[in-house]
Design a protein around this ligand. Structure first.
Ligand code: A3P
Length: 302
């Protein structure tokens, strides 16, 4: 398999690519462990930020060396990522297979990242009653962040021009499907599954200490005040942007950092720099229709 931008196709009613559906039986048959921690989100909601917080909470003190030696995507591993590829001009085959990497992960708990819509999650997670942390971000900043991400990463389809991209987002023609269905599907799950903690990117931006307290209370963790302060310092936007263990700088072949950074702006309201007045009106109208039955409330400004 060459490393090239993948095609989007319909997969069980969701737009997906080969990089997140190949070897599907391994994903569906994945064996969860009762203490696995699932970090779920629609793409670009701040899941790397959340993964890093969780990694520091669980392992920051016991294994400080991992902070300088293991990139975050190998500490909190994406379940559905499945890439076997060779780079142009090279015979070497590179493999990043989430399920296999997770099977071999020696840490306890395992931090498992996923962008799957709730209905595609392997049953084992529910059977094992695993704790899930879902982070959601408002639709407007999500689509902007996703657009820049797709511009810079070859693991996703070419985003093409912004106005067409925005239309596709509204239609749910994105990798991992419709943002609207994703956030509502997981929100509904929370109503019946008590081990799901729902977080918002905007709340994390507003007060990361408060959100960490709520997260710790859900997880049954009680870091000391000093430890908490240390974590808050480490997960600041500027710290993460320059930290090669969390900014994906190792993905040089898959990501073009000249086009955009992975840790890009980290703001609530960047959508205002992208949406025209007409696009905003059309988006709001469509949003009102799609979200009319939902009790989920997002903030597009903080
Ligand atoms: P922007 O593109 O708007 O900057 P994910 O990790 O789920 O792919 O989400 C990526 C988004 O989270 C990016 O948004 C990124 O900049 C933002 N992000 C990552 N770390 C952050 C931090 N410490 N503080 C605020 N935002 C952060």
């Amino acid at each position: 398999m060459d490393f090239s931008r993948p095609e989007l196709f319909d997969f069980q009613g969701i737009s997906m690519t080969k990089y997140h559906t190949d070897k599907w039986e391994k994903i569906q048959n994945f064996q969860a462990r009762p203490n696995d921690i699932i970090i779920a989100s629609y793409p670009k909601a701040g899941s790397t930020w959340l993964s890093y917080i969780l990694d520091l909470l669980y392992f920051g003190q016991s294994s400080p060396e991992r902070q300088t030696s293991i990139p975050i995507y190998r500490r909190a591993i994406n379940l559905e990522t499945n890439m076997s590829y060779s780079l142009p001009g090279s015979e070497t085959t590179h493999i990043f297979r989430g399920t296999e990497m997770l099977d071999k992960l020696p840490t306890s708990p395992r931090l498992i990242r996923t962008h799957l819509p709730v209905q595609l999650m392997p049953n084992s997670f529910w059977e094992q009653n695993c704790k899930v942390v879902y982070v959601a971000r408002n639709a407007k900043d999500s689509v902007v962040s996703y657009f820049h991400f797709q511009r810079m990463t070859l693991m996703f389809p070419e985003p093409e021009e912004w106005s067409r991209y925005l239309q596709r987002f509204m239609k749910g023609k994105m990798v991992f499907g419709s943002w609207y269905d994703h956030v509502n599907g997981w929100w509904k799950k929370k109503q019946s599954y008590s081990k799901l903690h729902f977080m918002f990117y905007e709340d994390m931006i507003e007060d990361i200490g408060r959100e960490m307290d709520k997260l710790c209370s859900f997880l049954g963790l009680s870091p000391s005040a000093e430890e908490k302060e240390r974590i808050i310092d480490s997960v600041q936007f500027d710290e993460m942007k320059t930290n090669d263990m969390v900014n994906f700088s190792g993905f040089v072949k898959q990501m073009n950092f000249k086009v955009s950074s992975f840790i890009r702006k980290g703001k609530v309201g960047d959508w205002k720099n992208h949406f025209t007045v007409a696009q905003n009106e059309e988006f709001d109208e469509d949003y009102g229709e799609k979200m009319k039955d939902s009790t989920l409330q997002f903030r597009t400004e903080v």
